[in-house]
Design a binder for this molecule. Sequence first.
Ligand SMILES: NC(=O)c1ccc[n+]([C@@H]2O[C@H](COP(=O)([O-])OP(=O)(O)OC[C@H]3O[C@@H](n4cnc5c(N)ncnc54)[C@H](O)[C@@H]3O)[C@@H](O)[C@H]2O)c1
Length: 355
Amino acid sequence: MLREVKADERRVALTPDGARALASDGRTVVVETAAGEGAGFSDDEYRAAGADIAVSSREVADRAGLLLHVKEPQTSEFDLFGPHHTLFTYLHLAAAPEVVAALTASGCRAIAYESVEVDRVYPLLAPMSAVAGRLAAQSAATYLEARNGGRGVLFGGIADVPPARVLVIGAGVSGRHAAAVAAAMGAEVIVADLDETRAQAVARDIGGNTRGIASGPRVIDELAPTCDVIIGAVLLPGRAAPTVITSTTLASMPRGSVIIDIAIDQGGCVEGVRSTTHQDPIRDMGHVRVSATPNMPAAVPRTATAALTAATLPYVRALAAGWPSAIARHPELVGAVNVEGGRVVHPEVGAALGL
Ligand SMILES: NC(=O)c1ccc[n+]([C@@H]2O[C@H](COP(=O)([O-])OP(=O)(O)OC[C@H]3O[C@@H](n4cnc5c(N)ncnc54)[C@H](O)[C@@H]3O)[C@@H](O)[C@H]2O)c1
């Protein structure tokens, strides 16, 4: 397992418990020194789990056939990979032609977490969407405080004083989790989705002061002036995020209200939005506070690492047993291969790259 080198990335591909599971399968587990530091896992914890600690990424690459990562390889790592390697990580190659060039030149097999799909469900993306959704709600509650430039509304209200009104647009994984946390904190929650049945089902599951509605420009324009918070959690798979909050809609929101644009990693769903960072997570768009950080789970690397390991570990154990048995156990791995034998083999990634 390699240490993450991408800026601000504190997650790691495997918890010590994950390493222990692989060691108990009889695998040699090689962990780059300090790989778990950002997520609060020490080298000693990996050692105690049965892993060897390697002094460098080069040593990991020399000793291991299966390389685990969280983010796409960075320039400093491009010469690590060879034809005998299988790399398993988030790749998002459509946005990274230089990574494509490095991986094809290496001859390795590169399998993307985000391309693992079972019946239109993406099991290795879902945990990070869940984390981002939950974070969106708890951050929104904080940003609403006056000291953060917010409206000064207590999320859950108190007796005789109504709670914050939160509109969650998108009732998929992240929207559902955002709505659940907002509702649990006592807010009034409206979940809107193009698929009204899905929005209503989510609201029913959450219960309390939550309702589900059909989304559309008219409904959002009507609701926006009454909302303390809007959380944008929309996705059109394989496409840029749709704009669901126009500048006019934004301008109609109350002063000090808050928007969290979770979909910023797909370009954002607020007209004119620009990315924020963990260091500088919120900015003003007119009189509205807007947060749009593309790698939200990096704020909670310990939880995110545990969630990621829980999702990836069955695949990692299978891959560690060799490719033929891995695809016999998890046929969906075949469709998740992005690069193999010096070529991009994933049709959508290839199309997005114009190959
Ligand atoms: N910022 C981050 O750190 C981070 C982390 C994880 C996921 N994400 C992003 O969050 C977004 C949501 O991901 P997800 O896993 O919840 O997706 P999902 O596919 O589970 O759900 C998306 C929902 O959006 C709905 N939708 C699409 N267009 C809509 C529109 N115009 N109006 C209303 N609803 C609409 C869909 O019907 C679907 O129910 C994606 O852009 C994803 O990349 C961001």
